[in-house]
Ligand binder design. Structure first.
Ligand SMILES: Cc1ncc(COP(=O)(O)O)c(C=O)c1O
Length: 399
């Protein structure tokens, strides 16, 4: 059976269940409620989505992408993660991060958890951001599987500071009688729960210096680290030099179906393959994900420079439409706040954009702010065409 892009997206929308979206889904996923029919999709333009970090490829498009990659240079399979496209991807990440070694894992959750487990050695406490994926979205794996006690830092703030870390350490030192060790601290950057904003590099450097002095290991959940690097101008290698291990996702801005890379010193990374196996994560072949991520890596920096240029242009041009107000987020990356004039129905606007121009917009939060996410799908059209599509949609929904 052939799965068309539109069927895929329609089913994806249904599966997401608008009212019950788990957090790890692009936050405000779908504003459109109406399920378009084939006839209604007049427009065969490539999808421009404002709801994710990547292209949101349908299975058909993904197969096409693999075919293109394979035609350029035959994809070599890996065998239980060894060799082929997977090894090439790991080598590429060693170069990018400047770390000694890199290893593919099936998920970022596993990368975070194994990094914490291995870096922490026999210590039980791990200090992690309270708003992080590690703390809130990994189903208490640290506690229930790895015998590590996660302690949340910086509650209510986008990121914790060195002072927060020191105060928390002092608190546990003073208030607990039977001491147990702390071996690892983690940081997430960009911060998903703070609208993908970044932590200033000075802040990271301070924490890193302190951790080194005290002998604590430092892990980075950099699921979207390329996006942070593109917006801040701090290179991935510069970020990475502050950490003992760094995880980067393969399926967000790198468009693979799944997967993660964990980079670090050889003494840690060499232990990871065995850990993946004992937790049941060693899959026979992974090339279908790693070949696509490797392909995306080729021009990821160039692409994000262009995405930012187009996004800056859109902020200026769309703000000239009286019914639209787009603002940037402090320390922000690829998420922008969009507020519509109260007379504009988001549902109508989203339906119009989707059906007429194949543009996908997210839903609004309780404060009526729509989180506009940009990604490489922006590069599929002329920037002026994107502005025209919004102008046309606003005129039509005002009628
Ligand atoms: C910041 C962050 N870390 C880790 C993960 C986990 O990745 P995975 O879905 O591969 O387990 C996610 C996924 O959404 C994430 O946003």
């Amino acid at each position: 059976m052939r799965i068309s892009s539109n069927t895929f997206r329609r089913d994806f929308i249904k599966l997401c269940g608008l009212s019950a979206l788990p957090f790890f889904m692009p936050e405000n996923v779908f504003a459109i409620q109406k399920q378009e029919t084939k006839e209604e999709i007049k427009n065969k333009k490539p999808l421009l989505n404002f709801i994710s970090d990547g292209l949101l490829l349908s299975p058909a498009e993904y197969l096409q992408k693999l075919d293109e990659i394979n035609k350029k240079s035959e994809i070599e399979p890996d065998f239980y993660g060894n060799g082929g496209a997977t090894k090439r991807l790991e080598d590429a990440f060693v170069k990018i991060t400047g770390k000694e070694k890199a290893i593919f894992l099936p998920t970022g959750t596993m990368a975070n958890q194994l990094a914490i487990k291995l870096l922490n050695k026999d210590n039980t406490k791990a200090l992690v951001p309270e708003n992080s994926h590690i703390y809130r979205d990994e189903a208490d794996a640290a506690q229930s599987v790895h015998n590590k006690r996660l302690i949340g830092l910086g509650k209510g703030k986008p990121f914790f500071t060195l002072k927060d870390l020191q105060e928390t350490l002092a608190y546990y030192d003073n208030e607990e009688v039977f001491k147990s060790g702390l071996g690892v601290v983690a940081i997430e950057n960009p911060i998903r729960r703070a609208d993908a904003s970044t932590i200033p590099i000075e802040n990271i450097k301070e924490i890193s210096k302190f951790c080194k002095e005290k002998g604590y290991q430092l892990h980075l959940d950099g699921a979207r680290l390329h996006i942070a690097a593109a917006y801040t101008g701090v290179s991935i290698a510069e970020y990475a030099t502050n950490f003992d291990t760094v995880y980067i996702s393969l399926y967000k801005h790198l468009n693979a179906t799944n997967g993660a890379i964990l980079c670090g010193k050889a003494d840690i990374i060499d232990k990871v393959a065995h850990q993946i196996k004992i937790y049941g994560g060693t899959s026979f072949q992974n090339w279908s994900a790693t070949a696509v991520a490797l392909h995306s890596l080729n021009d990821v920096e160039e692409k994000w420079k262009n995405i930012i240029k187009v996004a800056d242009y859109l902020v200026v041009e769309l703000n000239k439409i009286p019914e639209i107000k787009i603002s940037k987020i402090e320390n922000g990356t690829n998420i922008y706040n969009l507020v519509l004039d109260k007379n504009i129905s988001l549902k109508k606007l989203a339906d119009f954009l989707r059906i007429d121009d194949n543009i996908l917009v997210g839903r609004a939060n309780a404060e009526k702010v729509i989180k506009l996410m940009v990604n490489e799908s922006l590069l599929s059209r002329k920037p002026s065409e994107i502005v025209d599509a919004w102008k046309k949609a606003i005129i039509n929904v005002k009628k």
